[in-house]
Design a protein around this ligand. Structure first.
Ligand SMILES: *Cc1c(COP(=O)(O)O)cnc(C)c1O
Length: 628
């Protein structure tokens, strides 16, 4: 199925080509040798999650990232394979390394000890790979100190030496130096009293060059993306990334006129040229000024003039039929001159860098051959690589917003903002409530100014902690504070005239899964906090439980309105207001955002209920105001 894409620029990632390259690379592995897929730098600009999934499907036993943040993003996106952090980690990253179950490379004892201590406190073991410097002279422990480090680290509790590895400095170009590195690495391994689970040395060029045969793991990077840094293999490798744009203007130029900044190009004769809406801000290197090549209607055309921040100009004199809207390929698409290695060669640049940079403002389309599988939004990369975009929940949120706003575009934007605040800023998983029911019943009492209000709340939610708080505030300010706190499950605003200390707000019962919790009052000047806990809660953390909270309080008659708001993302809402005979004229005003803007109202005698479908999503700050 061909699919026409109309954007200013976009990137196509061919996952079938990627897997084909892996099949080719795997043919160089020794029997029993496994491979680690490098996905650092968002998989060289290809999208770490998608590449990781494809590589795991092709048999990868490990993934390689540059730092804990990259590992964390993969974990959040549901990747549970082993992940090795290749670069040295900072002590500040240790908490995340442990929390997200990442395996750091270790090359000094101070870091190893700090890591071991944190692992001990967290009551866990951390797998590490010792990084040995065999001649690259970048990170890693120097060869002469390596055995000592191995012994010291092996003696630390809570650390498991899962691997020992080294890295070639010039696997694609200097086989003599690579052999030297390999010899030293092999000699070191022979001295280890016990073989770690993984011994690894070769990157993709090293593997193809026949290095690392004594190892049981190889690390595949650039070749898996279809880039041949050795030379002679390009026929066997399919470029995975293509970068494309749309011709946005076609113009005439007269002989002798210059085009672009600094008048760096002058027309040798009258002709035509075109404008593409991409520039160095899109990762198209400035050094491709006057040198780059692009494909228009199957003709290779020259980039003319300087690459600007957001535009480039191309010579169209050989393509008289070029039209605004024509698709232009700037990288990839199986065009030999547009392979990353060829393009980078034009300006003595690096194909690695080109892939990481190019298309960084563009949406990515994932495809298998010509079949488009899905796309990843542009904004994704600046927060969470959040696909989440694929998850059902997100599709629901996004389509609900689109429907509500009758604009897919605005819906998409708001949806990203919601994701940003829900999943990223607050750094938490999707903790939402289900089957939410809130009933508030007023009844008359001897006090002329107040109704007695009985409230009953119940819902299902993942238990995050072994306690939570029910809070009663007497000022908007203290109420707002309670909205900021994630350990507060229920908040009530008490009339300012009432003293929270005089039993004007009482918790009648707090239950989890039916058993009653212990409550502990904490009174301050403008609020009452009730801490609810039970020793049994520890065992329930992380599981979905049923909350039930019942209170009795007072509500001023002269308020003439009662607001009930949803404070968290909720699936399935029922809100009931029960009122005494004397309030015959109660009107509900619905302020809902979610799938349904106007959930149905059920009126009974002295009761009004609003109810959504059990499967419907309701967003925070939705609610209802009952006027009376
Ligand atoms: C990036 C990296 C690789 C991948 O190298 P390629 O040349 O892309 O195959 C392998 N090993 C380490 C340690 C790396 O940092």
């Amino acid at each position: 199925m061909q699919h026409t894409i109309h954007e200013r620029s976009w990137v196509e990632i061919d996952l079938a080509a990627f897997r084909q390259n892996l099949v080719f690379l795997k043919s160089f592995l020794q029997p029993g040798q496994d491979f680690l897929q490098i996905v650092k730098a968002d998989a060289y600009g290809h999208g770490a999650k998608e590449i990781a999934e494809a590589a795991l499907a092709e048999g990868a036993v490990y993934l390689g990232v540059a730092n804990s943040e990259e590992g964390k993003l993969l974990r959040i996106q549901g990747i549970d394979a082993r992940i090795l952090i290749l670069s040295p980690s900072l002590p500040e990253e240790i908490d995340e390394i442990i929390k997200y179950d990442l395996d750091p490379a270790v090359s000094d004892i101070v870091f190893a000890k700090t890591l071991a201590e944190s692992a001990r406190i967290a009551e866990t073991d951390v797998r590490i790979h010792l990084k040995i410097d065999t001649g690259m002279h970048r990170s890693g422990i120097r060869l002469e100190d390596a055995l000592n480090l191995y012994h010291e680290v092996s003696g630390l509790r809570n650390l498991v030496v899962e691997g020992v590895f080294s890295h070639f400095s010039s696997a694609e170009s200097d086989s003599i130096f690579s052999s030297l590195q390999e010899e030293q690495f092999v000699a070191l391994i022979a001295k280890l009293p016990e073989k770690p689970r993984y011994i690894h040395l070769s990157n993709s060029a090293g593997t193809i060059g026949g290095f690392g045969k004594i190892c049981n793991l190889a690390r595949f990077g650039i070749f898996s993306f279809g880039v041949d840094t050795i030379g002679g293999y390009s026929a066997r490798l399919a470029p995975v990334m293509s970068f494309k744009s749309t011709l946005s203007q076609v113009k005439t130029v007269l002989a002798g006129e210059s085009v672009g900044y600094n008048r760096d190009w002058r027309a040798p004769k009258d002709g035509k040229y075109g404008i593409l809406p991409i520039g160095y801000a899109d990762g198209y290197d400035f050094l491709l000024s006057n040198k780059g090549k692009v494909l228009v209607q199957n003709n290779i055309c020259q980039v003319i003039g300087r690459v600007s921040m957001d535009m480039i100009t191309i010579d169209l004199s050989e393509v008289p039929n070029a039209r605004v809207g024509d698709i232009v390929t700037l990288l990839g698409a199986n065009e030999p001159e547009l392979r990353a290695e060829a393009l980078a060669g034009i300006y003595q640049g690096s194909a690695y860098e080109l892939l990481c940079q190019v298309g960084r403002r563009a949406r990515r389309y994932y495809k298998s051959r010509d079949h488009i599988l899905h796309s990843a939004p542009i904004a994704r990369r600046d927060f969470i690589a959040a696909d989440f975009g694929n998850s059902k929940l997100n599709q629901i949120i996004s389509s609900a917003l689109a429907k509500r706003l009758e604009s897919a575009e605005i819906g998409d934007l708001i949806y990203k903002e919601i994701l940003r605040s829900f999943f990223f800023n607050k750094d938490r998983d999707v903790h939402y409530r289900r089957s939410f029911a809130h009933e508030i019943s007023f009844s008359t009492m001897n006090n002329a100014a107040f109704y007695q209000a009985k409230t009953r709340l119940s819902y299902l939610k993942i238990l995050g902690n072994n306690y939570f708080v029910v809070a009663c505030a007497t000022s908007d300010e203290s109420l707002r504070r309670y909205f900021m706190r994630t350990d507060v499950e229920y908040r009530w605003l008490l009339d300012a005239a009432l003293d929270p200390g005089s039993e004007h707000f009482k918790v009648d019962s707090v239950r989890i899964n039916g058993f009653e919790l212990f409550t502990q009052m904490n009174l301050s000047e403008d609020s009452l906090e009730i801490r609810c806990s039970h020793p049994k809660l520890d065992a329930l953390i992380g599981t979905e439980v049923e909350f039930e909270i019942s209170t009795t309080t007072l509500y001023p008659k002269n308020s003439h309105q009662l607001s009930v708001f949803i404070s968290e993302l909720t699936q399935g809402v029922q809100i009931t207001f029960g009122f005494p005979e004397e309030l015959s004229r109660v009107e509900p005003v619905r302020i809902f955002s979610g799938q349904e803007k106007n959930p149905p109202i059920i009126r009974e005698e002295n009761r009004i209920t609003l109810k959504t479908e059990a499967s419907e999503w309701v967003f925070p700050l939705s609610g209802v105001v009952f006027t009376y």
